[in-house]
Design a protein around this ligand. Structure first.
Ligand SMILES: Cc1cc2nc3c(=O)[nH]c(=O)nc-3n(C[C@H](O)[C@H](O)[C@H](O)COP(=O)(O)O)c2cc1C
Length: 402
């Protein structure tokens, strides 16, 4: 991808060097444009050294506009597949929201037809000011995307919102913009469950499992990247990915309720969560004391989320289940497919493999046509992308009646 990285005048400008390096290492071509204020915080030399491309805009030796036979702002505007501004000052947001073109960066922003992504950073008072919020809303209405700032201690010493988003989140948003949409999934609402559930015994003890939620989170990213609107219902402690609406839940019952509240609005379900099958029959509101002799814990079944949602699915909704089996994995997957009325079960043969938390993994799709070619072994991010591609092809084939 060819990326223009605009850098404006805030203390967080030093973080744009890290982002430039990351994007260049991922194989992107990155051209930086510094504003005059941006150049007070970071030098063109740093940025051109990291990207291997010239740095444009304010330059101590050449000034804002170079004597150049080509019309630089138009050439750059056409060259870009994506324009990102990191950090974005209140000033550049205001200029871009109002069509002002007073320097190279603001002119490129006006001239380009490429998607635009903003990562604002500023003092909390500035960020919360109605003028800035109105400018952000206006930019969104142009189709621009925003990586919202986070909360924390700011360079000015204040604590609050306005802190530049993590470089990794910004890079993720850039990756999402660089992935082509898939027609069978773009704009579709996909409900994904992920992570472990926790069933409390008492205020300090809980029944759970070894799932981390990593696979479901990678699936959420992969569906997002091809244009789906993803709602992630997430157990466990992992961070939710950029651009994915997330409902955090604890128990199987909470996960069921969260899913039920959104299932009718969804086009498909990807049930990747490792839901506890049992919960303590009598959770205690006080810490349970140890007693002498043998102890017994009475368990009851938790609701079957997949079966519940599948039972009320409409004909236009699709359902993908996951299974981790240590023996006869294909037979078990075929039984689950039929019993719960699913479109496919992606089964993981966990015999001799640490699927939970493991780096590389293999999934075999089982459909009404029987087991399909295994996908993997691949690291979870690549595996998730391969699963999404496989499913998109299935949907396309289904929609074209093949
Ligand atoms: C030390 C210092 C830090 C600044 N930090 C920010 C900031 O984080 N966010 C912001 O919007 N403006 C910040 N400003 C103000 C901008 O630099 C100023 O509005 C400038 O005109 C922005 O120009 P530009 O948008 O063309 O880069 C800061 C100014 C100074 C002197």
């Amino acid at each position: 991808m060819q990326i223009i990285l605009g850098i404006t005048g805030g203390v967080a400008a030093y973080k744009s060097a890290e982002l430039a390096r990351l994007l260049a290492n991922q194989g992107n071509r990155v051209r930086c444009i510094l504003t005059e204020a941006g150049a007070r915080f970071i030098t063109p030399l740093t940025l051109s050294s990291l990207t291997g491309e010239p740095c444009f805009g304010a330059n101590p030796n050449q000034g804002e506009w170079r004597a150049n036979p080509s019309i630089e702002h138009i050439e750059l505007a056409r060259w870009a597949d994506l324009v990102v501004v990191v950090p974005a000052t209140a000033n550049i947001l205001g200029k871009a929201a109002n069509g002002l073109a007073t320097d190279l960066l603001s002119t490129v922003l006006l001239a380009t037809r490429a998607p635009v992504l903003w990562a604002p950073a500023m003092n909390t008072g500035m960020w919360e000011h109605p003028a800035v919020q109105a400018n952000i809303a206006r930019l969104r209405s142009f189709g621009h995307a925003v990586v919202d700032p986070g909360e924390g201690i700011l360079a000015c010493g204040e604590e609050g919102s306005g802190k530049l988003a993590e470089v990794a989140s910004i890079a993720e948003a850039i990756q999402a913009h660089g992935t082509p949409n898939l027609p069978s999934l773009a704009g579709r609402r996909v409900l994904i469950t992920s992570g472990p559930t926790r069933e409390d015994l008492d205020p300090v003890r809980t029944l759970t499992n070894r799932s981390t939620g990593a696979m479901g989170i990678e699936l959420a990213r992969a569906f997002r990247d091809v244009g789906a609107q993803v709602l992630l219902v997430l157990g466990g402690d992992m961070a939710s990915p950029w651009g994915v609406e997330t409902l955090r839940v604890r128990s199987a019952q909470e996960m069921l309720e969260a899913c039920e509240s959104r299932w009718a609005d969804s086009d498909g379900l990807v049930a990747a969560a490792a839901v506890a099958d049992q919960r303590p029959e009598q959770p205690s509101s006080q810490k349970v004391k140890k007693v002498d002799g043998a102890e017994t814990l009475a368990l009851v079944r938790t609701p079957d989320i997949l079966a519940n949602l599948s039972a009320v699915r409409r004909a236009d909704q699709w359902v993908l289940g996951f299974a981790a089996e240590s023996e006869n994995h294909l037979e078990h997957a075929a039984t689950k497919l039929k019993k719960k009325g699913l479109d496919a079960v992606l089964v993981n043969d966990i015999q001799g493999v640490r699927a939970f938390g493991a780096q590389a993994n293999t999934l075999t799709p089982v459909t009404a046509q029987g087991p399909q070619a295994p996908i993997g072994p691949l690291p979870k991010d690549q595996l998730a992308r391969a699963v999404v591609l496989w499913w998109a092809h299935q949907l396309e084939a289904r929609e074209s009646g093949r």
